[in-house]
Ligand binder design. Structure first.
Ligand SMILES: [Zn+2]
Length: 437
C-alpha cells in the first residue's frame, strides 16, 4: 500500500478514535453528575479523569502533523462546553439555580437538539474529519437521548388527584390551572373538561421532576411519586431487616411518622433511613448487600463511601454504560441512607455521622451526633401502612433535629409559595395569605 492510499484509512481511524473518545468523555461526565444530585461536590479523581478525557478529545481533534487547527480547537471546546452545560442543567437544578439553568433543566430532554444546526454549519465550514466525527457523535447521542425520553414518556398512567392535592394546586396556580401548567411546563398535569389528572411516573418512565414542583411551586408531592416512595421505603426497610442492620427512620420521614401520624409530609421529596454500623454490619457488608439486592430487584443503588451515604432509587439500574445517563433526568424517587457509628463525645456515648442533618449537634471529632440512649434500643412506629424501626425516644430525636418539631416549617425555596401554603393550612383565604386582598 502506498503512502497516499493509506491516508484515507488513517484519517478514518483518527476520526473513529475521536468519536470514541467523545463517548468516553460524555459517559465520564454523566457519571460525575451523581454528586450534585445528592448535594455533594464531585470527587477530585472523578473530576480530573473527566477533564483529562475532554482535554484528550480536544487535543486529538485540533493537533495534526501540520500543526494546530485553531478553528477545530475553538469549535470542539465550544461544542463540549455547550453540550455538557445542557446535560448538567437538570442535576444542577436540584438546588436553587439561575433562570438559564432552570430553563435548560425544564427542557433537558431536547435542549441538546438545539445544537444540531450550529454543529452542522461548523462541520461544513471546517474540513477536519476528526472534528466532524466528534460533532456527529455528540449530536447522535443527543438525538438518541431525546427519542428514548419521548418513547418511555408515552407509558405514563393517569392518577386522579385527591381534594387536598387539588386545593393546594389551585391555590398555587391562583385558580388558573391552564396558565400555571403552561408557565411552568408541567407536562404531567392533564386538564380535560373540568377534570384534573396527573400523568404519573412509573418504574420505566422518566420521573416527575417533583423537586421543582414541590420546593419551587409549593405543590404537594404527586400521587404517583408518593405511591413509589411508599413501595421503596418498605423495600429498603425489608432489605435492612434481612441484613439484620440496626436502622431507624430519619429526618422528614421520622417527622411524618410522628407528627403526621404515619403519613409522608405533604411535600416529602425523599425517604431518610439511618443505619448503625458495627462489627457485624460493616460499611462493606451494607454497601454490597444493598447493591446486590438492588441489582436483583431492579432498584438503582449509588454508593458514596467517603461521605458515608448510600442512595437507593426507584428507577431500575439500566444497562451498562447507559445506567449513568439516568443522571440527566430531572427528578428521582429515592431513599437516602446515612450511616452512624458508636463514639464517645465530651465523655458521653453518642451515635455519630459524618454529614450534618438538621440542627444535630457537632461531636468532639468533627462529626454530628445524638446521645446513644435517644436512639437505642430501637423501637417501632407505624409509617405508610407498616411498622418501621424508629429511635427509642423519637420526639427527643426530632427536637435535636428541628427544635419545636410540632410547628410546621415550610421549606420551599419560593417564599410566595410558602406563604400561600401556610394560608391553606391555617384555613384562611389563599389570597389574603399572600396579601392580595
Ligand atoms: Zn411521579
Amino acid at each position: 500500500m502506498t503512502g497516499i492510499a493509506a491516508l484515507p484509512a488513517m484519517q478514518f481511524m483518527a476520526a473513529l478514535v475521536a468519536g470514541l473518545l467523545y463517548v468516553a468523555t460524555y459517559l465520564s461526565f454523566v457519571r460525575l453528575l451523581k454528586y450534585p444530585r445528592n448535594w455533594h461536590l464531585p470527587s477530585l479523581p472523578a473530576s480530573l479523569s473527566t477533564g483529562a478525557l475532554a482535554a484528550l478529545t480536544v487535543a486529538l481533534v485540533s493537533l495534526s502533523p501540520d500543526g494546530l487547527d485553531r478553528a477545530a480547537l475553538t469549535i470542539s471546546v465550544g461544542c463540549i462546553a455547550a453540550v455538557f452545560f445542557i446535560v448538567a442543567a437538570p442535576s444542577i437544578a436540584f438546588q436553587p439555580a439561575s433562570r438559564l439553568v432552570e430553563f435548560l433543566a425544564k427542557h433537558g430532554d431536547y435542549a441538546g437538539l438545539g445544537l444540531i444546526g450550529p454543529a452542522l454549519l461548523a462541520g461544513l465550514a471546517v474540513p477536519n474529519i476528526k472534528l466532524q466525527a466528534v460533532l456527529a457523535t455528540a449530536m447522535a447521542i443527543e438525538l438518541s437521548w431525546f427519542l428514548r425520553q419521548r418513547w418511555t414518556a408515552r407509558r405514563r398512567p393517569l392518577y386522579p388527584m385527591n381534594d387536598r392535592d387539588l386545593s393546594v394546586l389551585k391555590t398555587q396556580a391562583n385558580g388558573d390551572l391552564v396558565a400555571f401548567r403552561r408557565r411552568h411546563g408541567i407536562r404531567e398535569l392533564v386538564l380535560s373538561e373540568g377534570v384534573v389528572n396527573w400523568k404519573g411516573c412509573g418504574k420505566d418512565t422518566p420521573p416527575c421532576p417533583f423537586n421543582l414542583y414541590v420546593n419551587h411551586l409549593g405543590l404537594n408531592t404527586a400521587p404517583c411519586c408518593r405511591e413509589h416512595m411508599k413501595a421503596l421505603s418498605h423495600y429498603v426497610a425489608g432489605c435492612l431487616g434481612e441484613m439484620e442492620a440496626v436502622h431507624w427512620l430519619e429526618g422528614g420521614s421520622l417527622l411524618g411518622a410522628v407528627r403526621e401520624k404515619g403519613a409522608l409530609l405533604d411535600w416529602e421529596d425523599d425517604i431518610d433511613i439511618s443505619v448503625l454500623l458495627d462489627d457485624d454490619v460493616t460499611w462493606e457488608r451494607l454497601a454490597s448487600g444493598l447493591a446486590e439486592r438492588g441489582a436483583r430487584d431492579g432498584f438503582y443503588v449509588d454508593i458514596f463511601e467517603k461521605k458515608g451515604f448510600l442512595s437507593i432509587s426507584f428507577d431500575p439500574p439500566g444497562r451498562w454504560p447507559f445506567r449513568w445517563e439516568r443522571n440527566r433526568l430531572r427528578g428521582e424517587i429515592r431513599t437516602d441512607i446515612a450511616v452512624y457509628r458508636r463514639a464517645v463525645s465530651f465523655g458521653k456515648a453518642v451515635l455519630e455521622r459524618q454529614s450534618h442533618k438538621g440542627a444535630m449537634p457537632s461531636t468532639e471529632s468533627g462529626g454530628y451526633g445524638v446521645p446513644q440512649d435517644v436512639v437505642l434500643p430501637i423501637t417501632t412506629v407505624p409509617f405508610l401502612g407498616g411498622d418501621f424501626a424508629c429511635p427509642n425516644q423519637a420526639e427527643a430525636y426530632l427536637r435535636l433535629l428541628y427544635g419545636d418539631f410540632q410547628k410546621v416549617e415550610y421549606t420551599y425555596v419560593n417564599t410566595e409559595a410558602a406563604k400561600a401554603r401556610a394560608g391553606i393550612d391555617a384555613g384562611i383565604s389563599p389570597k389574603s395569605a399572600i396579601g392580595l386582598d
